[in-house]
Design a protein around this ligand. Structure first.
Ligand code: 5GP
Length: 253
């Protein structure tokens, strides 16, 4: 196969030039990082699971009329996506207090919030993705007021969809992060969901037991991350037939 041109490599994914203008191939790596890449590991099979899970969520969103960058899955680790101009903001939706919100506001993790709360963080690793206000966003020109309104509306629709998907399989969607991109159609532009939606960027707790089934398992050393993601994929019915997550060898007497 001809060598493809790498366009961008992030912590968990690589983007290659796509087969047609306006497309990229998004490759899911097995790398796990946390705390701005201060903690790193390779988790066998994570990329395969996230490729499938992101496909599942993005396809479902498209079916309810939420536009996304996803075009089609190409293989175990790659998907074809639309090229977008990424808005340099992480959009976080929270249903229950956890993580940085709990730290910032002194709220016990798991406290139900009065309503879903949308937060914005500036995508800047050097600054540790700081929380920013709508005033900052408009004043510094990271997005326009209309973009902000559209981003909040998109994020809340994603929240309703994901919360429902998860609740149906006994999982609480505590919070999640999405990224949003701008696409141009003639003279018109619109915002669509980009990047990925996977347990890397959500907090997912078992409703019965409170067990964590997301990247906090890695961040907080709570067990095997691939096992947690496999459980999410299994419950949603999107487990690939040959997940590469190796099982431990068993002793045969
Ligand atoms: P927190 O602000 O509490 O650390 O994160 C809130 C939610 O957004 C969590 O579900 C977390 O996984 C997600 N999130 C925040 N920042 C990032 C990030 O830089 N990368 C990923 N993958 N997820 C993030």
């Amino acid at each position: 196969m001809a060598r493809r041109k790498k366009v961008y490599e992030g912590k968990a994914k690589i983007l290659y030039e796509g087969p047609e203008p306006g497309t990229f191939v998004q490759y899911f790596k097995d790398d796990a990082t946390a705390f701005n890449a201060q903690k790193k590991d390779i988790i066998d099979g994570k990329g395969v699971l996230n490729n499938r899970l992101s496909e599942f969520f993005m396809t479902g969103l498209a079916q309810i009329g939420v536009p996304t960058h996803f075009l089609k899955r190409l293989n175990m680790r790659e998907q074809l996506i639309r090229q977008v101009e990424i808005i340099p903001l992480e959009v976080i939706v929270r249903n229950y207090a956890a993580g940085t919100m709990s730290e910032r506001l002194g709220l016990e993790e798991g406290t139900q919030l009065p309503r879903p709360i949308v937060e914005f963080c500036l995508k800047d690793d050097n600054l540790g993705d700081p929380l920013v206000s709508e005033e900052h966003i408009i004043a510094f020109g990271w997005a326009a007021q209309q973009d902000l309104d559209d981003m909040i509306a998109l994020a809340l629709r994603v929240n309703d969809f994901l919360s429902g998907c998860m609740m149906a399989v006994g999982i609480r969607l505590v919070d999640f992060k999405i990224e949003i991109g701008r696409v141009w159609e003639g003279d018109f532009q619109r915002l669509i969901v980009a990047d990925e939606i996977s347990p890397d960027s959500c907090r997912l707790w078992d409703i019965e037991t409170g067990e964590k089934l997301d990247k906090d398992v890695f961040r907080r050393d709570l067990g095997d991350l691939a096992d947690a993601y496999t459980e999410v994929a299994r419950r949603l019915g999107v487990l690939p037939s040959n997940v590469t997550h190796a099982t431990k060898p068993t002793l045969i007497n």
